[in-house]
Ligand binder design. Structure first.
Ligand SMILES: [Zn+2]
Length: 133
């Protein structure tokens, strides 16, 4: 993969973010700095990073958009299907689960994706208010 300033910027943005951005979010964030940047470049770079194993694809969070995560250490992702926010939940159990799976299968594990869906506390409150009307 050729190292270009745009690709470096995409890597940096992902590494610094705990927001689990979509390609469109990354594009919007970087467009002011790189006027020639296209959404296709963002997608291609993300594909390459996923292929290199440094970025995980999380799938959608109730918004039909693919979210990306630069943290490939074992952890749990928790997605709100209402506001589409994804947060990280550190969990020792995931680490234990890795050892359990390795022992049971003999696989050399390269990565994992643990994604839970739900309604965040804010959206639960909003829903309660809406039903009270
Ligand atoms: Zn929410």
């Amino acid at each position: 993969m050729r190292v270009t300033p745009r690709r470096v910027a995409i890597c940096e943005l992902l590494a610094a973010s705990d927001e689990h951005p979509t390609a469109a979010m990354i594009y919007e964030e970087l467009k002011p700095r790189f006027s020639s940047l296209s959404l296709a470049t963002v997608y291609n770079t993300l594909d390459a990073l996923v292929g290199l194993g440094v970025v995980n694809v999380l799938g959608h969070a109730g918004d039909d958009k693919v979210h990306y995560d630069a943290d490939t250490e074992p952890h749990v992702n928790l997605a709100c299907i209402s506001c589409s926010r994804i947060i990280d939940i550190p969990s020792e159990h995931v680490t234990h689960l890795d050892s359990e799976i390795t022992a049971a299968s003999g696989y050399k594990l390269l990565g994992a994706r643990v994604l839970y869906y739900g309604l965040c506390p804010d959206c639960q409150k909003k829903q309660k208010k809406a039903t009270r009307k």
